[in-house]
Design a protein around this ligand. Sequence first.
Ligand code: SF4
Ligand code: SF4
Ligand code: SF4
Length: 357
Amino acid sequence: MNRIQFDFNNCVHVYFKDSSCRNCIDVCPVEDVLYQEDYKIKIKKENCVSCGACVGVCPSEAFSLKGFDIYSFYKNFISQNTNILSCKKNLPCLSVLSTEFMISMVLAKKQDIVLDTGHCSDCFVGSLIHTIKKNLDEANYFLEKLGVENRVVSQEISLKQEGIENKRRDFLKNFGKAAAGVTFWALMPGISSFEEKEEKIKNIVSEKVNITKRKALLENLKNLDIDLSQIDIETENISFTSEKWIDNSVCTNCSVCYNICPTGALKSGEERLKILFEPKLCIKCRVCHEVCPENCLHLKNKLNLNTFLNDTEILAEHVMIPCEECMVPFSYKGDTTLCPRCRELEQEIKDLLKIGE
Ligand code: SF4
Ligand code: SF4
Ligand code: SF4
């Protein structure tokens, strides 16, 4: 029985159906499991091997594994003496760990954490080693920037656990193939059925997603005795958050970006006259950039870590006035008192008159 669970309401495609996010489909090591139909991510559960790679890469934590809660696992792990993570000991597959959980584990334990990659080359889902190493490199880049000495280390320990071989054989017999997590799941209690999450209609403006990997990271950054205002990170090296600016001369305050943002990182302030941004909530899903009709949201190359942790930035400020023609309020830029729609209409009429001449 596979363990994958998908909360459709947490997928960014619920917030913007044409989102370019396909992280889960791209990472899944097994063919014919995840696919997109219309705008929805679909799973053929019977083909899933419960590796958890989709759990690790989904920016909005839409996936989970029944019987393995990743945040509870993180909390347990940081309170234990061991610093080794292995698919033969405590995880279904190392790919279930996102960059943010890797960073959080190192910061919370104040020591290196070791990923036992000794089984990756034999594993039939071996392609996940690239994902694991990518997350590891990103975590180490962040830790280096923090000036922390400890790292996430990959070591081919090939840990074996005593006393589970029979269970493992039974599991293999039932499962039919050697998959990531085969030993881990053999140790877990069986499951009978899945609780399918209902695809209820969600109010995307008021119901935002809460991300546990971000909660862990923020808790750890808050506890650091480091002046974060001195640290800038290159945003191209980081997959989990972003820094932005809005071209105020072009922004019409149409409200699409902040209404649609899955986490509430973008929001409106002061009677909807300002567009605010909290980098600590941003998951770099790119939805705001993809929906902006004026293309006026832009990424910045650097993100200051104090800004990431503490600031709410003002990205745009608007003076709204009623259009002198249609009376609909629009963002006044100091020139014309016609709204963009009436301006367009005026131009169309002028063009028609020219053709008539
Ligand atoms: S658990 Fe692994 S096999 Fe199953 S859908 Fe996720 S990535 Fe694919
Ligand atoms: S990775 Fe997550 S947000 Fe992205 S498409 Fe898959 S389920 Fe949706
Ligand atoms: S602000 Fe961040 S989380 Fe919100 S839509 Fe934009 S990229 Fe996604």
